[in-house]
Design a protein around this ligand. Sequence first.
Ligand SMILES: *Cc1c(COP(=O)(O)O)cnc(C)c1O
Length: 385
Amino acid sequence: MIPYGRQDIDASDIADVVETLQSAFLTQGPAVEAFEAAVARYVGAEHAVSANSATSALHIACLALGVGPGDLVWTTPNTFVASANCARLCGADVDFVDIDPDTLNMCPERLAEKLAEAEKTGRLPKVVIPVHFSGRSANMRAIGALREKYGFAIIEDASHAIGGRYENAPVGGCAHSEIAVFSFHPVKIVTSGEGGMATTNDAALAEAMQLYRSHGVTRDPKFMQGPPDGPWSYQMVGLGLNYRLTDIQATLGSAQMRRLDAFVERRNVLAGQYRKLLAERPVILPPPVSDGISAWHIYVIELEPKRAVVNRLDAYNGLRARGIGVNVHYYPVHLQPYYRALGFKPGDFPHSEAYYDRALTIPLFAAMTDAEQLTVASALQEVLG
Ligand SMILES: *Cc1c(COP(=O)(O)O)cnc(C)c1O
């Protein structure tokens, strides 16, 4: 089976991890700080706070922004459930903004309309979480302008987008947001096994996220309430979690960061080749990116409603039977049983739902060979016509 995505671990990644395994620290040592510094430097953010997953990073990002019961957080339905769950974990309410069917990202026009309605009813969101779907940045200039107008905070869910660029800067530099979050799950662009990172240019937010990821406990007298009891003292100044990354994971993450540019370059070459290889198929291909560079976490095609000769299920099964590990991203989050129980229903976000019915993720990963890509293309020809 040619998978839709897969990690690429080489001998130098392994050698670095072995060295950490033989060192004094398996966790809470120097490797975590080095990985944070590497990501901050790469994306051009002042601070990077690691966590044991992007899910955890999204949670501490919401906590640091003060999201709590009675607050409202908006995201897109075309995402992994974690983009919405982080708000629910803080006790806040979630709502969604439909996608732009061309970019598959949160639609800025729909966001503007929804904000105007929300202002009338006094229910503006505290935080908006755009997702850079498939590695292509959301329209952060437009969403950022609405943030200026309405005063909400922005967390970019950049889980798909490390190594991508928006306008002329790396994704994650937070030019239009408070915080950006990356995932290092093995299927993403670089991996630490499990892992996540939140970048920000706001020192207070970085400090708050550091506290929340480690029990709300500090050893820094600056954050203590009253003088420390002794040089051994720590204080718990808030209610936090254990969301720490290990040094083992961080070492792998740093090693992978050195290969990030090569990974994204290869992913862009493969995406360019798909554009030619699939030009004759009855599918909608991802439109070219004019405002940056996609990191191409996934390559999504849509069956063209008028020209397709097979339905999506038959296409999926036919490709799987031919050893092509296709997948579907994403079942709209508002239709998940948990969110339906909160009152969401089919028809609420029609573009996300229509896109979902046609979508197929086909294999694309840095280690994919040209021969594997040709195998995928000919299977698509057989199955789709
Ligand atoms: C993968 C992913 C996450 C969660 O990442 P983990 O590191 O697995 O917790 C969150 N949001 C999006 C959009 C993702 O793709």
